[in-house]
Unconditional design. Structure first.
Length: 234
């Protein structure tokens, strides 16, 4: 994988930064997508190796186009950038919050993926990893795994939509050899929201993402997998 090139969105902190660190440690050239240039530069300096800064705001078409123009060939795209919101049920959440969260978690993934598809199609082993959430599983949401409170409705529904997109992209890109999978990282210690602040090590989730990023050609596509490699129900 020494000659492979990866892009991780939202990579200046949290799970994204750990994914970039592991990929760079494996010998890849890794573009760290970051809205803030200075934060991206600091993360690159800390990671070292093949890490490269790339200013990328997944909600800004001009930023996406500029970033895509700088990457001719891409082997791995990790759609990690995501935002949450407050612990609110849908009846108490304003529509503006839904729109803001979907702009990053859903529309941003579509925009970035489509912009970088020409570069991915030049790869012999293209991979796309969408960082989702177990809370986006409708099976788990209606089963005993989570309290039936409708909490974090905007965030969780955005991840359900991302899961659907994972399936549709996997089907659409199968002929190009692109493997597209979604990862449930588990509750991790990040600044995503108040609940996440008490989670586990982000590096553990990052290792799961890297396994999907480095899938062999006979690996799965269109799957929703946990950080430990076990299937997550849709």
């Amino acid at each position: 994988m020494d000659n492979s090139i990866a892009l991780v969105t939202g990579a200046n902190k949290g799970i994204g930064k750990e994914i970039a660190r592991l990929l760079a440690g494996a010998g890849l050239t890794v573009y760290l997508g970051s809205r803030d240039a200075a934060r991206g530069e600091r993360a690159v300096e800390e990671i070292g190796g093949g890490a490269r800064p790339l200013v990328l705001d997944v909600t800004d078409p001009a930023s996406i186009a500029d970033a895509a123009s700088q990457v001719d060939t891409l082997d791995i795209l990790v759609n990690n950038a995501g935002i949450s919101g407050e612990d609110r049920t849908p009846d108490l959440e304003d529509i503006a919050t839904f729109r803001r969260i979907y702009e990053t978690n859903v529309f941003g993934v579509v925009a970035v993926t489509n912009a970088f598809l020409p570069a991915l199609r030049r790869s012999a082993h293209p991979r796309i990893v969408n960082i989702s959430s177990g809370t986006g599983s409708l099976t788990w949401a209606t089963g005993p795994q989570f309290p039936h409170q409708g909490a974090y409705a905007a965030y969780r529904s955005s991840k359900s939509a991302l899961n659907a997109l994972t399936v549709f992209y996997a089907h659409a890109l199968a002929g190009d050899g692109v493997k597209v999978n979604a990862l449930a990282p588990g509750l991790r210690r990040t600044d995503l929201n108040a609940t996440a602040a008490g989670g586990g090590d982000p590096a553990e989730a990052a290792a799961g993402a890297v396994r999907l990023a480095l899938l062999a050609d006979d690996g799965p596509s269109g799957q929703f997998l946990s950080w430990d490699g076990t299937p997550v129900p849709w």
